[in-house]
Design a protein around this ligand. Structure first.
Ligand SMILES: NC(=O)c1ccc[n+]([C@@H]2O[C@H](COP(=O)([O-])OP(=O)(O)OC[C@H]3O[C@@H](n4cnc5c(N)ncnc54)[C@H](O)[C@@H]3O)[C@@H](O)[C@H]2O)c1
Ligand SMILES: O=C(O)C1=N[C@H](C(=O)O)CCC1
Length: 269
């Protein structure tokens, strides 16, 4: 008999939460066993399928994460940093794979995931799409091939509701560029220019963030020198690419040793 992993989705009513639920329902490799929302949310106590405007799925939205995690082999979590820290502890207690798509986590919050990763698999990435993860590898390679005569700038655009900047993806691309160049991102990052900033510093990696309308997610990595420019670009037009990646990570993590992983591990890049 084959066992289909049960998956609980946190932030079930969110843009990504609903996309993840649809991806799980479309898959024959996983089943939805839990749906979590924050306390006081209008969906608590409702069937998640009917709350989404479709047919009942037999899964009630709860604000008690441990209840939803109890029968799950994986938790897919695209919520907010504080919530994700709480879910990491509970997912580890349930020995479930915790797939974290939440962005905007501070260094201290990322470090606070370590105890949970001693007991369970955590897969975390600021972008779960195949295209962006491939782009990080290309960025690293181009940065390694060019010297600092080429200025590196990362420009990202997202919808008007996004609360963190630079995006998780922009930071992944910045890390990849810094790694290719053999420098530490925190020492060379320019994360916002305003006013009399002075001329650009050689070797720095700049970030610029646009927020407008319903843009799903667009990222340019610009390498610019006098006389020529290279632009590496990823454009997401459908959140399904993130959901597919997250589901793949949840399945990949089954039976892996506890620890912290990213999408490069999952995709074998
Ligand atoms: N890694 C990726 O590939 C990727 C892709 C898209 C979005 N994201 C990130 O995912 C996160 C969510 O994005 P979104 O557009 O779906 O946002 P959203 O605001 O639409 O959804 C977030 C959901 O989380 C819920 N939530 C917040 N705190 C909670 C708690 N304590 N318990 C349960 N639920 C809680 C909210 O009620 C909301 O429904 C953001 O950090 C975003 O940057 C990552
Ligand atoms: O919509 C969002 O929010 C997204 N967040 C991720 C990021 O911060 O890079 C991935 C793209 C969409």
């Amino acid at each position: 008999m084959t066992h289909t992993p049960g998956i609980a989705v946190t932030g079930a009513s969110g843009r990504m939460g609903q996309m993840l639920i649809r991806s799980i329902l479309d898959s024959d490799q996983a089943q939805l066993v839990g749906a979590v929302e924050r306390k006081g949310h209008a969906w608590i106590g409702q069937d998640v399928g009917t709350a989404m405007g479709g047919k009942a799925l037999g899964v009630t939205v709860t604000d008690e994460p441990l209840e939803a995690f109890a029968t799950a082999q994986a938790i897919i979590d695209f919520t907010a940093p504080e919530a994700t820290l709480e879910f990491a502890t509970l997912a580890a207690q349930a020995r479930a794979v915790h797939v974290i798509g939440t962005t905007g986590m501070s260094e201290a919050q990322i470090a606070a995931l370590k105890p949970a990763a001693r007991h369970a698999v955590i897969v975390r990435a600021g972008n779960m799409s195949l295209g962006v993860n491939l782009l990080t590898q290309l960025t690293k390679r181009v940065a390694a091939a060019l010297d600092d005569e080429f200025d590196i700038e990362i420009v990202e655009s997202h919808h008007r509701h996004k609360v963190d900047a630079p995006s998780g993806t922009a930071l992944m691309l910045g890390e990849a560029a810094a790694e290719g160049r053999g420098v530490r991102l925190e020492e060379v990052a320019d994360r916002g220019r305003d006013g009399i900033t002075g001329a650009r510093q050689r070797g720095h990696i700049g970030f610029a963030a646009l927020r407008a309308g319903d843009i799903v997610g667009e990222h340019d990595v610009l390498f610019a020198a006098p006389g020529e420019r290279i632009v590496l670009r990823h454009v997401a037009t459908d959140r399904a690419v993130f959901a597919r990646g997250a589901l793949r990570a949840a399945l990949w993590g089954q039976g892996k040793p506890p620890g912290e992983y990213d999408m490069l591990d999952v995709l074998g890049l």
